[in-house]
Design a protein around this ligand. Sequence first.
Ligand code: MN
Ligand code: MN
Length: 483
Amino acid sequence: MERKNAWKLCSKKDCQEAFALSEDYRRFISDCKTERECTLESIRIAEENGYRNLDELVKEGAKLKPGDKVYAVNMGKMLALFNIGKKPLQNGMQILGAHIDSPRIDLKQNPLYEDTDLCLLDTHYYGGIKKYQWVALPLAIHGVVAKKDGSVVNVVIGEDPSDPVVGITDLLIHLSQDQLQKPGAKVVEGEALNVSFGSMPDPSAYPEERPDPAAEENSDAADKKKDGKHPVKAYILKLLKEKYGIEEEDFLSAELEAVPAGPARDYGLDRSMVMGYGHDDRVCAYTSLRALLAVPEPEYTGVCLLVDKEEVGSIGATGMQSRFFENTVAEILALTCESYSDLLLRRCLKNSCMLSSDVSAAFDPNYPEVNEPKNSAYLGGGFSFNKYTGSRGKSGCNDANAEYIAYIRKLMDEEHVTFQTSEIGKVDQGGGGTIAYILANYDMQVIDCGVPVHNMHAPWEVVSKIDIYETTRGYIAFLKGGR
Ligand code: MN
Ligand code: MN
């Protein structure tokens, strides 16, 4: 069974639309590099399209009717958007889910130190990364610092072309004799991922004339007395105070993430692809949101669910395993029906269908040995469906029901969506998990799907513009779907 390349099935208009959509997406991921930034920007886009905050509607005691648009946000890092359908909610929803956290290098809680007259930031990486890929790269720092007075300071360093960037040093090849004998996982180790943050004491204290190194007042002992033990760190702290109003203690309540600096770019001479940080899984998140906005009056309530913490096991208050989604559906149900009951909530969840979206591993001709070609996703192959993910014997997977896949095939074929089917690599090679099984615990129909990607989890990942487009068309076909 062979499937056609999506470019070969597209019209001039499709091609134009694919490029226009991909440009919107390229801008989105260039600006949004953390789960918080993705949440904020998605709320902005949603409000522009008539979505209202659930908290306000609950306060007003409002009633929801078909066509109403609502969103709920969880701690600034997780978002659920609902487009109320014509059918009663207990008949089920059409849910698009994706995650907005991406692998990166988080700063530790006590990060700042000085070593050999350099100021450094200690880190703890987040998600599965090949550590050696994150050295000798321009990095930016994005995040928030929450202060004791209740204010939250936003930080973005390294994105404006006039900003400085930061980075992590790599060992020079000339002295790498021993390092290069190590296995890949040990070439660069976690504790060596320290971000270079500064290297000079405060210049405002420098004398007008070049100091005499032999003079008594310039001895090491005199220096220490004058500048303290860590003058380079002290100057960094002064800059942080001036620019952000933060003290060293404020790092205790901060979430700061080192990510690749700079915008996503068109990739390939033909500009058919996009190279960017965090396609996993913002390429599915952004396209899910766009699809939701493209179907204003659905039969079944349309949902776009954007979650945090997928890359570390979907745990915590903002991960898929939290009660946030269930609680939010309960609130929405209470605003749409005459008399709320727990049974109606159970029915609503059970009768729902979900596309659990996450990037697929695209076949890479440089590494053909890890894939089984008939069951691989290809860049340019269109929207990719995975009946199951998991690893080594489907362990930990959500195995979508055959009947549900038949329903999905029908929806895709009716709208001429180019799709492909795949699994992550050869059977014994490895694999991965998604949020699919967590929603399936509600007894709803769930299938894994998404956009194929090259370089998954590397600082710069690659996707195809036609896959972005076909995936969005697929989401739209799903949201319009009846039962
Ligand atoms: Mn991932
Ligand atoms: Mn993912």
